[in-house]
Design a protein around this ligand. Structure first.
Ligand code: DC
Length: 222
């Protein structure tokens, strides 16, 4: 089975690019961020203060089921304990909760187990923060996507507006820096480029330009 790992901070374009690349290559796309988001949402719904009650949060996450399914018409659906939470996991509150819950080691161990299981039986393109360093250290191709802070915040802001969510650019920028710091400073499997990853900076690129660049880069190596 072939494994492609795409890591990087939020707003670098990982998930939109990964989704389209996987489709083009005929690989299964695994959005690991969506799994942390579902776990974060579950904690919020249960009134858990993730930072103060990490054991309680981990106990909860050990009991939930998270499924990611693909419908031909609608695309990816994220199912938490049987409920479709696809839209709900994309709010700013859930972004923060996902980052906080992802810093808990027991939560990561549980979700990484599921992610590795998914990669056993298919050619996969998996995106996240620790795929090349921890989840799939033997991935055939590892890419680390970056973009400037301003560009990443602008993309995230545009995405939220497009979904009809009310937000201020300054809040999006602040939340993004909070997540960057949280995700890269946690003790266990932090956001970090693997030594053998290819660094790609998407600042100033259109989506199509980044897509072509990555597709060529992958095809050259497969
Ligand atoms: O990619 P995303 O924005 O949907 O991810 C949400 C949060 O989940 C992110 O802030 C950090 C965490 N995450 C992680 O720790 N490890 C991954 N492999 C994917 C996401």
């Amino acid at each position: 089975m072939i494994k492609i790992a795409i890591d990087g901070p939020s707003g670098a374009g990982k998930s939109t690019l990964s989704k389209k690349l996987a489709k083009e290559l005929g690989f299964v796309y695994i959005d690991t961020g969506a799994m942390y988001r579902a776990a974060g949402l579950f904690c919020l719904r249960n009134g858990i203060n993730i930072k103060e009650e990490s054991d309680k949060a981990a106990d909860c996450v050990e009991k939930i089921t998270i499924d990611i399914i693909y419908l031909p018409e609608e695309g990816q659906k994220v199912i938490l304990n049987g409920d479709d939470v696809t839209g709900e996991i994309r709010t700013p509150e859930v972004s923060i909760a996902a980052s906080d819950v992802s810093a808990i080691k027991r939560v990561r161990l549980r979700l990484v187990e599921l992610q590795r299981e998914m990669a056993k039986s298919h050619n996969v393109l998996m995106d996240g923060r620790d795929i090349g360093t921890y989840v799939l250290p033997d991935a055939d191709i590892k890419i680390f996507l970056t973009a400037s802070n301003e560009e990443r915040a602008k993309r995230r802001y545009a995405e939220l507006l497009e979904k009809g969510q009310k937000c201020e650019y300054e809040d999006v920028y602040r939340d993004m820096l909070y997540r960057d710091k949280n995700d890269s400073s946690r003790e266990f499997a932090p956001l970090k480029a693997a030594e053998d990853s290819i660094m790609v900076d998407t600042t100033g690129n259109t989506f199509e330009e980044s897509f072509e660049l990555l597709l060529n880069l992958i095809r050259e190596r497969l």
